[in-house]
Design a protein around this ligand. Structure first.
Ligand SMILES: [Fe+2]
Ligand SMILES: [Fe+2]
Length: 239
């Protein structure tokens, strides 16, 4: 999608480094979830594959973090931190939504297959967009090889564990991802609306309240005020 947009996003080395750090976090988090998936599954083939997959994700996290650090160290000016724009060019999104405990082997494989497929598509676009930065492009190229393997083995295993219903599991996973995307968009819109409404309230309501407070302050008598004699009794109780 929009190769020129990806090129523009990735050409800023500061943004590139920050994005690589956030990608590394997602990969490491996904790796931990896959270790948990390997512990939970009763299927020995899946246990082995999930363990290999977890090690791959951990390796990706190291690759992204190392490249991000090198880029950041090479910058003379690190004061400005541009927006990461991860909603246009995300990392391995999906792994961050993983709920391993509540998934069956088949539903987890379907979810992983779709996430890996999307990630592979994005990373292929970044390899292209980063032609001017061959070292970062090479990192994505290396990660892309693993993501393609993840995409293929998850589909092959889904077909093995649910030979008659694998299509159904894929559709359910697709709808789940669509629902999460809808929630993400809606919460972003709610965030923008909240900011706009609070800003308008600040500028529209604050000025009249300040004027009223000033008027009320002007009506207040200045200095000490004598207490009426009926209230000036010695204190006999708290009330
Ligand atoms: Fe990965
Ligand atoms: Fe992956």
């Amino acid at each position: 999608m929009f190769p020129f947009l990806h090129r523009w996003i990735w050409q800023d080395p500061q943004r590139c480094a920050r994005k690589l750090f956030s990608f590394a976090e997602t990969e490491a988090d996904g790796g931990r979830d896959l270790v948990r998936a390997a512990e939970l599954t009763q299927d020995p083939i899946l246990r082995r594959l999930f363990t290999v997959h977890a090690a791959d994700e951990d390796h990706h996290a190291t690759l992204f973090r190392t490249r991000g650090l090198t880029l950041l160290r090479s910058l003379s000016d690190r004061t400005e931190s541009p927006l990461q724009l991860n909603w246009v060019s995300p990392g391995e999104r999906g792994l961050d939504d993983l709920r391993v405990n509540s998934e069956s082997d088949a539903s987890l494989l379907a979810f992983l297959h779709l996430s890996e497929k999307t990630a592979a598509g994005h990373f292929a676009a970044y390899v292209d967009a980063l032609k001017d930065d061959p070292l970062t492009s090479a990192v994505f190229q290396e990660v892309l090889k693993d993501e393609t393997f993840h995409m293929n083995y998850t589909l092959a295993q889904l077909t093995r564990v649910a030979p008659k219903h694998h299509g159904l599991f894929l559709w359910k996973a697709r709808l789940g991802r669509l629902w999460k995307a809808y929630l993400r968009v809606m919460s972003a819109i709610a965030g923008v609306m909240g900011t706009v409404i609070l800003t308008l309230q600040y500028f529209i309501l604050l000025a009249p309240f300040a004027l009223l407070a000033k008027r009320a302050a002007r009506r207040e008598p200045q200095g000490w005020i004598a207490i009426p004699t009926e209230r000036d009794r010695p204190l006999a109780s708290q009330y």
